[in-house]
Write a protein that binds this ligand. Sequence first.
Ligand code: QV4
Ligand code: CA
Length: 512
Amino acid sequence: MKFLILVALLGLSLAQHDPNTKHGRTAIVHLFERRWADIAAECQRYLGPNGFGGVQISPLSESIVVTNPWRPWWQRYQPIGYNLCSRSGTENELKDMITRCNNVGVNIYVDAVINHMCGAGGGAGTHSSCGSYFNANNKDFPTVPYSGLDFNDGKCKTGSGNIENYNDVNQVRNCRLVGLLDLSLEKDYVRGKVAGFMNKLINMGVAGFRVDACKHMWPGDLSAVYGSLNNLNTKWFPSGSRPFIFQEVIDLGGEPITSKEYFGLGRVTEFKYGAKLGNVMRKWNGEKLSYLKNWGEGWGMMPTDKALVFVDNHDNQRGHGAGGASIVTFWDARLYKMAVGLMLAHPYGVTRVMSSYRWDRNIVNGQDKNDWIGPPSNSDGSTKPVPINPDSTCGNGWVCEHRWRQIKNMVIFRNVVNGQPFANWWDNQNNQIAFSRGSRGFIVINNDDWDLDVTLNTGMPGGTYCDVISGQKERGRCTGKEVQVGGNGHASFRISNMEEDPFIAIHADSKL
Ligand code: QV4
Ligand code: CA
């Protein structure tokens, strides 16, 4: 009996590590700050047809509306209740998006902000995204409802009431993160309200959650919340499917709270991945691509079946959160394409691609004074739509990294090589590397300041393949470089260090 209970518990928790993607799809895209209507359209016209597994959306619960600074992106991380209107759209638009994305096999993952409500300095009134009244001064959030009893203040022992020292576990979890009113998730009442909010979304058809600020919540409290979540909606998912849970914990080492404490509950964001990969791509601290031979656990990262990985995220692309200067973003497009290409080719972790908007950076002493700027918007603060240009790029200031040919084609590469082992590694002991994924795909990267010119064993069946970085296979023809693989699997590669994209990737479906 005890054994059976153990198995049941284990099965339950392990299931929450599965992204529930369909048709062997392997990558998620974070469509940061987009409107629900634009995401729905993107699922149908682009993400579904190009094999994206799912979308992480921005926080959707009713939040404070901040006007100083003018409508920053981070206002959505300050909920005042669980009504579902936000800058991205109404509850009906949200429902419509979930349905339309699910119908083309693209999952929706919600960014759930459950550690806190708005900042203690959020004031009182109806300056919230659905127009509901709240009062941060006396912790009154009537639409939930939460009152002063539902917050942690009594348990926090710092003078300011804020987290002052990350070496003190009690502070980190019971005090206010940057002044945000900290919910008392040990209370059944609060757990019930949070689970109710998440279950409503599960019933609408979402496939899982990015859980915000998990370092600031006790694993036991999270376990209770996750344990009361419904199975996924059987209209789109096999019966008994558990919501995918990936937890935001920034663990770069050196703090008492570690990612490990959360492994049993779901996946965890691996922040070392982007920070270390950034150093390698930039060749800082003597790092080289050739050192990536044992990339993943070998680099002190968490086990692959627990990791959610990414090159940059909405915080560290603008200096928030952690990771620091090494993080590579769309601002360094050439390095970024290589870094994302490498991530998507490598078997480690569940991968998330970032999709951003441009803003006017104003970097003073290494700090971006404009790190708060919200999405492209009209003068009334409403978010601008995402128009698609004839060349398939996005307009109105949306970067749409996920539509860059090199990145989109590597998302497809990852699907094609899914489940294949990391093999046929080669390096020049510097910044030229290559590896295959079994016999289904091969990638060669030149990040040295000189040409790459070498014959390699690709592990692939003989034939002519189309490089999906310089072009792609279209109507049976290749718009980019062609790679001849001999009957013995060998092929010769030449990549000038001056090329726009100094890497080549071929896979089973790019064979001509
Ligand atoms: C201000 C003062 C405080 C004061 C407070 C009083 O700075 O000293 O106590 O007023 O009310 C914003 C402002 C911040 C402001 C705060 C409260 O930047 O100055 O405090 O609001 O009004 C995002 C932004 C934050 C933003 C927050 C809420 O990054 O700047 O704070 O949203 O709007 C740690 C955590 C990790 C976290 C990361 C950023 O361990 O969990 O920091 N990452 C997640 C999200 C992130 C989000 C939050 C957590 C909070 O990815 O985007 O923060 O939900 O590493
Ligand atoms: Ca907390």
